[in-house]
Design a protein around this ligand. Sequence first.
Ligand code: 6GU
Length: 383
Amino acid sequence: MRFHVLTLFPEMIEQGIHTSILGRAIQNGYLQVETTNIRDFSANKFHRVDDYPYGGGAGMVMEAEPVFRAHQSVTEKLGRMPRTIYLTPQGKVLNQTMVEEFALEEDLILLCGHYEGIDDRVLQEVVTDYVSIGDYVLTGGELGAMVLIDAVSRFVPGVLSNEESSQFESLQDNLLEYPHYTRPEEWHGKKVPEVLLCGDHKKIDAWRHEESFRRTKERRPDLLENAFLITCACDETQPGAEQIHKLMDELTRYGKSIDLARKKIRRQKNRFGEKEFLLLQIPIEPAPDAPVMDPGEYTENFYGRKTPLVLILSGGEEMADEQWNEKAFLIESDLCARGFLIVALVREVPFGEGLKRFSFTLRDLIYTGKWKNEKILASADAL
Ligand code: 6GU
């Protein structure tokens, strides 16, 4: 992955990134960080890049032209227009989902401002994303760019070694990580929790999940507002079951799964609460070899209590749009009547890169609470 930083203080970036894990990743060729000094593109013989603001007021404003030329020098070299992120307290506050999404890009241009900001006209022309690193004001965008580079690089293959990359990260599932312990077993009279020594991994996982929850409640109760236990329910005998499990792996580490192919499971009552999130995949048309003949049979014992639901209606490729919509509407209405809130309606879980993108869309929807205001309606290829 390549980062191209446009800045008035390239030495600040250079000094920051050549140590530790990032330094190693750059040496090993997994990352490239190039800086471009905006001052080199000044049209002025004194290399000035700022001027007084129109309309008066305090401070100086960075001129449009040097920023534009610096940006152009990068895009011309690349022969394309990569995403360009302007680091500013007026941006969207960086979170883990955004970080992982940025990590999918081949190149990112990071634009750092100074003084009171940059002439808005050049921002309108080159910037695709406005990003802030928190609700406070910094003297310039460089520290923001470095924070972003560090966080994004962790998701670039090869940057972290096996020991460094953690499958269980703080903030997955909107929960903080559980506490960690290493030798000795007793230190300053404090013992390592017994359960960690028992060797029973199911028990250990359950304990860690509880501790994560306890910690989050104590330290970041705001995160719990949008923390959900995700369950996926699908007919494991039907095509697409594998895709939905892949999707689950992208969304959560504490997910549950219900196999609707099992008669016993369909017959028992399945109740879901407000703090649960359901991914439900059912065929819109009964397949000849399916264990049930009507989509409704899959969920007749499902009950929600304002439980958000992502509905995947698979199959039905030969159905006319009108017929499809009618059928989908009936299934949706039935689920709504049973206490579910439909957040998204999808025809199929996408494959490959599309799956990743879809999972980011869902994560953004689930873990930021956006699902309360937006509903996504899409076929897989539209995502
Ligand atoms: Cl990314 N830049 C500046 N200048 N101030 C900030 C920021 C970025 N994020 C929070 N405050």
